[in-house]
Design a protein around this ligand. Structure first.
Ligand SMILES: [Zn+2]
Length: 239
C-alpha cells in the first residue's frame, strides 16, 4: 500500500504517546498514515509480546490507521546491521512514503537511538539505484527517496522545530495510547511499577503537549524535529 506518511518505532506505543495527534490530524486531512514497529516490546517489565500486539491493534483502530506491521526484531538486542537496514529499505520502497518519521536520535532508551540510526541509513540507501531489493513476489523494487525524514521526541527533551496544533484530536490521542493498558497506569494491575506506569506519566504527556501548545498559541501541540532546513510555500502557512 502506498502511504503518505510512514512512522517507524522501536516499540509498539512509542508513536501513539508522542505523535498520536499528528497521525489523527493527517488522517483527517485524507492522508494515508502507517506505523511499522521494530519489536513487540517483549522485554518490557510489564505485559508480554502477545498483549502488546493486541494493544497495538486496539490503538491502531482507535486512531483509524491505514496500515500497521511489526518487523519482529529482538527487543533490546536488535542491531544497526546491514540485514536490519535492508529490511527497512524494503519497507520504504514498498510503501513509497513522502514523509518518514522515527524515534529521536538522542534518548534515554538505547533501542530508540538504534532504531533512529537504522531508519536514517535506510532512508538514504532506499534512494540508491544500485542497491537492489526484492518485494514479496521476488520482483525488483524501485528506489524510493522520501522527501522528509523527521524525528519525534520521547523521554529525553529535545527542542522541536515543527509544532502541530492537535487540540481537536487530543482526547482521541489519549484514548489511543491508553489502549496499551499493560504499560501505563492501571490501578488494578499487580505488575511491577515502571517510570511510565505511574499516574504522573499521563500528567507529563499532557504537560508537554500544553507547553508545546503554549508556544504556538493553542491548547495542545505535539513537536517534531527536522534536521534539514524548513521551507514554506507561503507566509500564510505559518500559524
Ligand atoms: Zn520505546
Amino acid at each position: 500500500m502506498k502511504l503518505d506518511i510512514l512512522f517507524f518505532a522501536a516499540h509498539p506505543d512509542d508513536v501513539e504517546v508522542v505523535a498520536g495527534g499528528i497521525i489523527l490530524k493527517h488522517l483527517a486531512l485524507g492522508k494515508k498514515v502507517g506505523i511499522i514497529d521494530f519489536t513487540c516490546g517483549e522485554l518490557g517489565t510489564r505485559g508480554n509480546a502477545e498483549i502488546r500486539i493486541i494493544e497495538a491493534t486496539m490503538a491502531s483502530s482507535i486512531l483509524g490507521l491505514s496500515y500497521r506491521a511489526n518487523l519482529n526484531f529482538a527487543d533490546c538486542f536488535f542491531e544497526v546491521s546491514k540485514p536490519n537496514i535492508m529490511k527497512v529499505v524494503e519497507c520504504i520502497r514498498k510503501h513509497q512514503p513522502e514523509i518518514v518519521i522515527t524515534n529521536p536520535e538522542i534518548d534515554r532508551h538505547p533501542d530508540h537511538v538504534r532504531a533512529s540510526k537504522i531508519v536514517k541509513e535506510a532512508v538514504f540507501i532506499s534512494g540508491l539505484e544500485k542497491v537492489t531489493t526484492l518485494n514479496e513476489y521476488g520482483e525488483k523494487q524501485i528506489p524510493w527517496k522520501p522527501n522528509s525524514l523527521l524525528y519525534y521526541i520521547q523521554d529525553t527533551y529535545i527542542e522541536p522545530n515543527l509544532y502541530f496544533d492537535i487540540t481537536p484530536f487530543y482526547e482521541t490521542k489519549v484514548k489511543a495510547f491508553k489502549a496499551y493498558k499493560s504499560q501505563f497506569f492501571d490501578p488494578e494491575s499487580n505488575e511491577p511499577e515502571t517510570i511510565i506506569s505511574t499516574p504522573e506519566f499521563f500528567r507529563r504527556v499532557e504537560a508537554r503537549n500544553i507547553e508545546f501548545g503554549r508556544r504556538i498559541g493553542v491548547k495542545y501541540a505535539e513537536g517534531l524535529v527536522r534536521e534539514k532546513a524548513i521551507g514554506i510555500h507561503s507566509l500564510f502557512d505559518v500559524i
